[in-house]
Structure formats: structure tokens, C-alpha cells
Design a protein around this ligand. Structure first.
Ligand SMILES: NC(=O)c1ccc[n+]([C@@H]2O[C@H](COP(=O)([O-])OP(=O)(O)OC[C@H]3O[C@@H](n4cnc5c(N)ncnc54)[C@H](O)[C@@H]3O)[C@@H](O)[C@H]2O)c1
Length: 419
């Protein structure tokens, strides 16, 4: 049990408050444009569940929504990424929090169902973790949900699949598909922080290292760019031909897992799927290689397969588990959870200012815009307004353009005879 005596508890609250205050300082868009938009009173009394990796940036989003009058229920989207100080600070502020940093997958399942039992009308979700569970375990509540705003690529894919199956009776906004989210969070945020966490946990050098990245989407590309700039020899494994061409033209060495896993000293998964490193790949991983995951599921590195193949398992350093497979030691970071959050401090604050601005504006849209059931993307105008607020906060001027610089396509069309 964390925080078992009063002094310890107060220290946790103070630590959580300090973490949240640090976030507030570097979140000009959430603090400014978004808070002003939410101040119109439309969130008053609305029950919103926030189920995103529960650390200080998420706590700040929850507080912005609560300040706008919403009744906020907070849970974590992965048991390995919850910060207990932040949990205690939010509880101290009167928010309902169903999360514990010392929990496991079993207690986390219970927490999500407990969050559902607070009967939220709206969900800000990550990986559609709460949405799917409400659908499976609380079907009556599922049919009453008024809207979901989804944080990430994996959850967006789940929402589109629900819609295709005719099982999405409410509007869902894919915050992930807003340009102000995936262009920066998935790419720059994950790129920087995945390597930051890996290097801090392992104390290894990246310049000259051979790094294999599985998946060259926004996340994989971001990690690859940073690794390359830091001097690594970067190899890419892709299943999508266009993305493989992109990686090739970006100067990466592209090939199959069978070719690119052997010889790598660091292997990072970023596919959004499961078993990107499964039993066949494990047989080819080099002795002393490091495996880390940046994708949503803890299952991208198949830990069960590793356990089955290993003669012994050892906790080598904090957050490094070493599996002895034949004559090789294979080291897995943060239990296969998203290493940048479970093994680091999560995304940079500025990145989450953009991402959570999308979520804040998304929640406002779900409440006010009368969207039809189905999956929606934030309008270009709203996406632009978030980017403009970000630029303004940095003192960066946007060129307004002039009418004579525009291609007057209508003038050309008007010269064409009727068809
Ligand atoms: N760690 C974080 O903080 C963070 C941030 C944003 C997104 N994510 C998660 O990262 C994952 C990837 O996100 P994205 O936006 O890059 O998605 P994406 O769909 O743009 O890219 C995933 C890529 O992986 C490839 N792929 C799929 N299975 C593969 C396999 N077995 N082998 C090789 N390549 C494979 C796909 O072809 C695709 O190009 C998702 O789960 C997303 O939710 C994590």
C-alpha cells in the first residue's frame, strides 16, 4: 500500500502538485485558448471519464475539464504508467480517481469497470480501453454513451472496426487523426522520449549502435529520425510497401525481420499490433540485445513466448528483465509496456499541450456539435485554431498570404465550355 501514513500521504500530494504545476507552466494552449473555449459553461455537470496514461500531463487535462465544471472520473490506460503522486494530488482536489500505481493487469481491469460504474456520459480514452470494456461488460451504459474522444492509433482502429461492425451507437472523435496530434505526438514526442527512456534505463550508447525499428508509421519514423540524428545505424522492418519505400527514401536500411533483427543491439517495436517480436524473431535476437516497445499494447514483444523459451529470468537493473534463452541473454525494458511512459517521463509537456488541446476541444465538440454516431475527425478550422494558439504562444507569426497568390481555379473553370 502506497502512502500508508499521513506524512507520506501529504508528501505524495505535494509531489503530485509540483508535477502538475510544472506541466501548467509549459501548456499555454490548454491554459489559454482551450480553457477560454471551455469557459462557455457547456461542460457544467457533464460526466467525463479521462482514461489516459495517468501522469502529470493527463492530470492537468483532467483539472482543465474540472475547472470548466465537468464531473471528471480519472483512470489509467495502462497499469504500468500510473504515477501515485498524481493520483493523490487529483484525489486531494476532489476528483474521482480509480487507479493505483502498485496495481497489476487484474486490478487495472477492476479499476476500469469501477470507472464505468460512475456512469460517464463522455469518455476521453486511450486505446479504446474503457470504451471496449463498457461495450462488453456494461452494454446498457454503452448504448447511453454520448461520445468518445480517442487518443491513439490503436484505439482509432478499434473505433473504425466497431463502426464497420455496426456497433458504434454514439459519435467518436479520433483525436489521434487531428494533425495537431499525430504529426507531433506520435512522431516528435515518441521519437524523443522513447530513446531518452531507453538510454537512461540502459546507460548504453546510441552513436554507432545498430537499432532495428519494427513499424515505420508516425511513431516508428519519429524514433528512426532521432536515432539516426544521434548516430545510430537504423534498420526498418515494415509490412506496408508504401511505408517501406518511405523508409528507404529516408535513407534507412529496410528489410524483413529475419534479416534486420539479427545483429541489432536495440530493437524497438512500433506497430500498434501484437507479437511484432514473437517466437520466430526471438530465436534470431543477438546475445545482450535490448528489446523495447513504443506501441500501445504491452504485447508487441511476446513476453509469454520469451518466458516459454527462457531457462531463467532475472531482474538485471530497474525496469530491465533479462531472459536467458539458450546461450543468449535478451533484455526487455519496462515489461514490454510503452517504454517512453512506463520507463520514462512520457511525452514532452509542449507535445501534450497540443495533444490534450485536441482532446479538450474534442470534448467541447462532442458536447456541443450534435455529431451523428460514427467516427469523426476534428475539423480543419479547429485543428488550425490549436496550431495558431501554439504559434502565438511562441511569438511566431503566420504569413497571411495574399489573394493574388492563390491559384484562381474558378477563373479557369469558367473559361471551359459547358459539358
Ligand atoms: N508510445 C507512445 O507514447 C505512443 C504515442 C503515439 C502512438 N502510440 C502507439 O504506437 C503504435 C504505432 O502508432 P503509429 O501512429 O505509428 O501507427 P501507424 O499505423 O502509422 O504505423 C504502424 C506501422 O506498423 C506497420 N506494421 C504493422 N504490423 C507490422 C509488423 N508485424 N511488422 C512490421 N511492421 C508492421 C504498419 O504497416 C504501419 O506502417 C500504436 O499502437 C499507437 O497507438 C504510442
Amino acid at each position: 500500500m502506497i502512502g500508508h501514513n499521513n506524512e507520506e500521504h501529504l508528501a505524495l500530494i505535494a509531489d503530485g502538485e509540483a508535477r502538475i504545476d510544472w506541466v501548467r507552466r509549459y501548456s499555454p494552449v490548454l491554459n489559454g485558448m482551450v480553457s477560454n473555449t471551455l469557459a462557455d459553461g457547456s461542460l457544467k455537470g457533464k460526466k467525463i471519464a479521462v482514461v489516459v496514461h495517468l501522469e502529470a500531463k493527463t492530470a492537468f487535462l483532467a483539472l482543465v475539464l474540472a475547472d470548466a465544471g465537468a464531473e471528471v472520473i480519472v483512470a489509467g490506460s495502462n497499469p504500468r504508467t500510473t504515477n501515485q503522486s498524481v493520483v493523490e494530488a487529483l484525489r486531494d482536489r476532489g476528483l474521482t480517481v480509480v487507479a493505483n500505481a502498485d496495481g497489476d493487469m487484474v486490478s487495472w481491469e477492476k479499476e476500469l469497470l469501477a470507472a464505468a460504474d460512475h456512469e460517464p456520459e463522455y469518455v476521453i480514452d486511450d486505446g479504446a480501453e474503457l470504451t471496449m470494456r463498457i461495450g462488453i461488460h456494461r452494454p446498457a451504459l454503452y448504448n447511453r454513451l454520448k461520445g468518445v474522444s480517442e487518443e491513439t492509433t490503436t484505439g482509432t482502429a478499434r473505433l473504425y472496426a466497431l463502426h464497420a461492425a455496426g456497433k458504434l451507437p454514439f459519435p467518436a472523435l479520433t483525436a489521434n487523426d487531428a494533425r495537431c496530434k499525430h504529426l507531433f505526438d506520435n512522431r516528435y514526442g515518441t521519437g524523443q522520449t522513447t530513446l531518452q527512456a531507453m538510454l537512461r534505463l540502459t546507460n548504453r550508447q546510441i552513436a554507432g549502435a545498430t537499432v532495428t525499428i519494427i513499424g515505420y508509421g508516425y511513431v516508428g519514423r519519429g524514433i528512426a529520425e532521432y536515432a539516426k540524428k544521434m548516430g545510430a545505424n537504423v534498420r526498418i522492418v515494415e509490412t506496408d510497401p508504401v511505408r517501406a519505400v518511405e523508409a528507404h527514401m529516408d535513407g534507412m536500411s529496410v528489410g524483413t525481420a529475419a534479416d534486420k533483427v539479427p545483429g541489432a543491439s536495440m530493437i524497438i517495436t512500433a506497430t500498434g499490433g501484437i507479437r511484432a517480436i514473437g517466437a520466430p524473431e526471438i530465436t534470431t535476437v543477438d546475445h545482450d540485445a535490448i528489446l523495447a516497445n513504443a506501441g500501445h499494447h504491452d504485447l508487441e514483444v511476446d513476453i509469454d513466448a520469451l518466458v516459454g523459451m527462457a531457462s531463467s529470468t532475472k531482474q538485471m537493473r530497474p525496469q530491465i528483465t533479462t531472459y536467458r534463452v539458450g546461450e543468449r541473454d535478451i533484455h526487455v525494458l519496462s515489461g514490454g509496456a510503452l517504454v517512453n511512459i512506463a520507463g520514462g517521463s512520457g511525452h514532452p509537456v509542449e507535445i501534450m499541450d497540443l495533444t490534450f488541446s485536441v482532446q479538450g476541444i474534442g470534448a467541447h465538440q462532442l458536447i456541443n456539435a450534435n455529431l451523428a454516431p460514427g467516427v469523426h475527425v476534428l475539423s480543419k478550422e479547429l485543428d488550425d485554431s490549436i496550431a495558431s494558439a501554439f504559434l502565438k504562444s511562441k511569438g511566431i507569426q503566420l504569413d497571411p498570404g495574399r489573394p493574388e497568390q492563390e491559384d484562381d481555379v474558378m477563373a479557369l473553370i469558367n473559361k471551359m465550355p459547358a459539358v
